[in-house]
Ligand binder design. Structure first.
Ligand code: ZN
Length: 632
């Protein structure tokens, strides 16, 4: 395959020694991949590459040209022989067009070997470039489907990634009248439907593409504005997998967007599950789904996953780095270098500054930062500490169980559900609560599987317990998976005291609704809210004192009286409370010049914006939807 020449590819090829025998050079997004016909060079090029990387400041990878690869069948046998049995290899996928072999194994460390000696041996003997992937400790068909979709479309992806690289490196020279501004299409003075567009004279970048499930009227962000024109959009960045940040993304692909989506790998997998789940929920409720599985697959083909801390060019004038946000697995704070140092923007997404049982705290140190867009969900609330919340929670669980009742926990598929599982499993092991079954229903189970596939995204303590199968909290047999309607019925009718964890978190459809309807009648039962309840959602209405559920079934309405106990525990939240937001903004280094508050109800947004201004003398603003703020 001969590609059209391209300045930076030509330059890199020329900088390499003659014996490199480069047959082809392409982009994979912002990375440069060179295919060599020289076996010696493929297996031993570290030194030569290092000096080129220093000169061009781009990531460069050398792979073997197809013509010199060891044939697949032979390579398969060789690789399985080289890797020690204890590594438990589950799958080998050969991507011939890219000369890479994906090795899926339970114990990645053993595939790498001491100082990387096993992978080096694989490349030496087969010339294939190994890519390692951890097979999740919990089996999941959905993860398999995602990985298969990516693999099946590798030819398309290769061309797509090359075209993205050509666009990114098309050259940028900042003109005199360069500027940067942000357009707020949703989640401004409200929670839900996060969507913002960063515009410069060169690029249009969308930050998040969420949907507000609590609202029928204001469910979508304002995608009708001209800056959201899909033909002009250069890239989408997704901060994390919650529906109000990523739920509408497949719709862009349904309407023809074919550009890149940047997020972490866990975000890619979890948002895909949530989107697939939303189609099922819509169908069950007799509504039209917003998009189809095909649109989700199209989206998957265009995701470029990024690791925390890796600087990546995404447009000629925009360079981004994702950092830990401490909110849910894979959630990211996005740093954007705009116009080659012209302005630096940090978009926090949702974040937890104090850290949680599972995750590290949100990142605060940046090379440069002038503007921060922060979430302000709990900007008016002081929440109890995780420790206090835990004690309150275990207390209610114990009382309800001793009283012979069931505890219902409406949860988002990802985030609080895994936090609560860790708390319950540990409490039961430490005999702080009676031994009872914990039933898990809805997306939670598949999301758990993804958690076991990416332990490196957790804090150290949890990560090591996931590596060590004996204490993997997600594999404990106190957890029972509920999947079918019969199992659900049996659970509410026949099961004794227990805990039921079910989606959706705001009681907006999903199995949590079924349980509430069936448990509502008995005052011995208890429902505990642990996540944010959107304005207009049933969860919010109940939280504010409503004691009735009105169920619509076609033209008929049915009323269910809610007699079960209800409690709200905020301390488990993956969001920062008022004090945490204030300390986070104060800890950001270097000190920002401007803070923009989003993702908060109107009075909260105004309140926290003015508090930040008073405390730090920073310019603050809480824009409305459809406002445009010039950041420089
Ligand atoms: Zn969130």
């Amino acid at each position: 395959m001969a590609n059209e020449s391209f300045p930076i590819l030509e330059r890199v090829t020329q900088l390499l020694p003659k014996n490199a025998e480069i047959a082809d050079s392409v982009f994979e997004g912002a990375n440069i991949v060179l295919y060599s016909k020289n076996k010696e060079f493929v297996t031993n090029h570290t030194h030569a590459i290092r000096s080129v990387v220093t000169q061009v400041k781009k990531r460069i990878e050398i792979r073997a040209d197809q013509s010199i690869l060891v044939p697949v069948a032979q390579a398969d046998t060789l690789i399985r022989n080289i890797i020690p049995k204890e590594a438990e290899v589950e799958d080998l996928w050969f991507d011939e067009k890219r000369s890479i072999v994906v090795i899926e194994a339970k114990k990645q460390g053993l595939v790498i070997g001491r100082k990387g000696e096993v992978v080096t041996e694989i490349q030496k003997k087969t010339l294939w470039s190994p890519i390692l992937r951890r097979s999740p400790a919990i089996k999941s068909d959905l993860i398999k489907t995602i990985r298969h979709t990516l693999f099946k479309n590798s030819d398309y992806r290769r061309k797509f990634l090359d075209s993205i690289g050509r666009k990114i490196y098309s050259g940028f020279h900042r003109k005199k009248n360069y500027w940067a501004r942000i357009s707020f299409l949703g989640a401004a003075r409200e929670v839900g439907r996060s969507c913002f567009i960063l515009q410069t004279p060169e690029s249009n970048i969308m930050l998040d593409c969420g949907i507000n499930v609590a609202s029928d009227e204001h469910a979508f962000p304002h995608l009708e504005v001209s800056e959201a024109d899909l033909k002009k959009l250069d890239a989408v960045i997704i901060s994390h997998a919650h529906t109000d940040h990523s739920g509408l993304l497949p719709l862009l692909f349904k309407y023809g967007y074919r550009g890149p989506v940047y997020c972490t790998e866990p975000t890619r997998d979890i948002m895909t599950l949530m989107q697939i789940d939303s189609i099922g929920i819509a169908q069950k409720e007799g509504k039209n789904a917003l998009y189809s599985i095909l649109d989700i697959k199209e989206m998957l083909k265009h995701v470029i996953p990024l690791d925390y801390g890796v600087v990546t060019d995404i447009a000629p004038d925009i360079r981004i780095t994702l950092f830990d946000a401490g909110h849910i697995l894979g959630s990211a704070v996005t740093h954007m270098n705009i116009g080659d140092g012209f302005h630096n923007l940090v978009y926090t997404g949702d974040y937890k500054y104090s850290g949680t049982n599972l995750l590290n705290h949100a990142h605060t140190d940046f090379q440069r930062v002038e503007t921060v867009i922060t979430e302000g969900t709990y900007g008016k609330t002081i929440t109890p500490s995780v420790e206090e919340a835990k004690n309150m929670f275990l207390d209610i669980v114990t009382k309800t169980i001793k009283n012979g009742g069931k505890v219902l926990l409406p949860v988002l598929g990802v985030g609080r559900s895994q936090e609560l599982m860790i708390v319950l499993e540990k409490a039961m092991r430490d005999k702080l609560i009676p031994e009872i079954p914990i039933f898990i229903d809805g997306m939670v189970w598949d999301v758990n599987a993804i958690h076991t596939a990416y332990p490196e995204f957790f804090n150290k303590r949890i990560a090591s317990s996931i590596f060590d199968k004996k204490h993997n909290p997600f594999l404990s047999d106190c957890f029972k998976h509920v999947g079918s309607q019969e199992e659900r019925k049996k659970l509410v009718e026949e099961e004794g005291p227990c805990v039921i964890m079910a989606t959706s978190g705001m009681l907006a459809g999903g199995p949590s609704m079924f349980y509430l309807e069936n448990l509502a009648n008995n005052p011995k039962n208890q429902m505990i809210f642990t996540c944010y309840q959107g304005v207009g959602s049933l969860g919010r209405q109940l939280q504010e004192g409503s004691t009735e559920i009105i169920k619509r079934n076609g033209n008929r309405t049915q009323s269910i009286l809610v007699k079960l106990g209800m409690e709200t525990i905020r301390g488990f939240s993956g969001h920062s409370d008022r004090n945490e937001i204030l300390s986070y903004i104060g800890k950001i280094r270097p000190k920002p010049r401007r803070v923009i508050v989003v993702h908060a109800e109107k009075t909260t947004a105004l309140d926290i914006a003015s508090s930040i201004h008073q405390k730090y003398y920073i310019e603050t603003t809480a824009p409305r939807n459809l406002d445009i703020v010039r950041i420089r």
